[in-house]
Design a protein around this ligand. Structure first.
Ligand code: PMT
Length: 219
């Protein structure tokens, strides 16, 4: 009998998009379906981890054995992550967090009286960088969604956000990335790069978690 690879490990991850309110009926968001993050939660639970999944609005069932926390905005996602970060051994930021939110969301539905309108946006807090800055901190894994210069931008995020690992996906390739069933990842650490070729997201999630287990146990 061999113990499941993540037995006794607590793993927190984010998934899905965030929604940033413009007014009570409108928002800014992106095409994340949550499939990649939910696949990671499913695979991690099957590997024996105690999994907490903080997710933006998605249309997916909660994976078996996973504690799920639903949020809408980036600020709510940050609060839910920080309320649960203590005692976690692994953090994975798979959510497509909106980089900006509307500075002053309207209290009432906006009326279309003008031909043009301007929204002032302010930067959202960076959840991944906030987790990486904790002491002590979990083994911290980010994602990078890029349409070009994949390796360069991913390595920049690895170093700038002080991550242990970053999983980069080329979201310009048809049938991969946002809202697709398949994906491919280039996984960077300070030691080098691993190519995880295109396959379904659950299979890819298992491979990424195996890499995390291997790196985490390195001195
Ligand atoms: O949900 P799916 O439809 O299955 O699609 C999967 C996916 C393409 C969304 C996923 O594989 C992915 O790439 N997720 C990260 C998307 C993203 O926002 O990447 P980024 O390069 O903009 O952000 C870099 C990292 O910082 C990410 O780990 C992100 O979660 C994190 N971040 C970004 C901004 C912010 N304010 N806070 C953050 O934590």
């Amino acid at each position: 009998f061999t113990a499941p690879l993540l037995q006794g490990q607590r793993l927190l991850l984010t998934a899905g998009p965030t929604r940033e309110a413009i007014d009570p009926v409108r928002y800014i968001s992106n095409h994340s379906s949550g499939k990649m993050g939910f696949a990671l939660a499913t695979a991690a639970a099957a590997m024996g981890a105690e999994v907490t999944l903080v997710t933006g609005p998605v249309n997916l069932p909660t994976p078996a054995g996973v504690k799920r926390i639903d949020v809408e905005s980036a600020e709510q996602m940050l609060a839910a992550v920080m309320a649960n970060i203590a005692e976690q051994q692994i953090f994975i930021g798979c959510a497509a967090v909106a980089d900006y939110r509307v500075a002053n969301p309207a209290e009432n539905k906006l009326k279309k009286t003008n031909d043009t309108m301007q929204l002032q946006l302010v930067k959202n807090p960076d959840i991944l960088a906030t987790v990486a800055a904790q002491t002590p901190r979990p083994f911290t894994v980010g994602f990078a969604a890029e349409t070009h210069n994949l390796a360069q931008y991913a390595l920049d995020k690895l170093h700038r956000k002080q991550l242990d690992m970053i999983a980069a996906n080329d979201v310009s390739v048809a049938g991969q990335g946002f809202n697709a069933d398949n994906n491919a990842l280039k996984v960077f650490t300070k030691d080098g790069c691993h190519d995880l070729p295109a396959t379904d997201k659950l299979n890819l999630a298992k491979q990424l978690l195996n890499l995390i287990v291997n790196y985490k146990s390195k001195p």
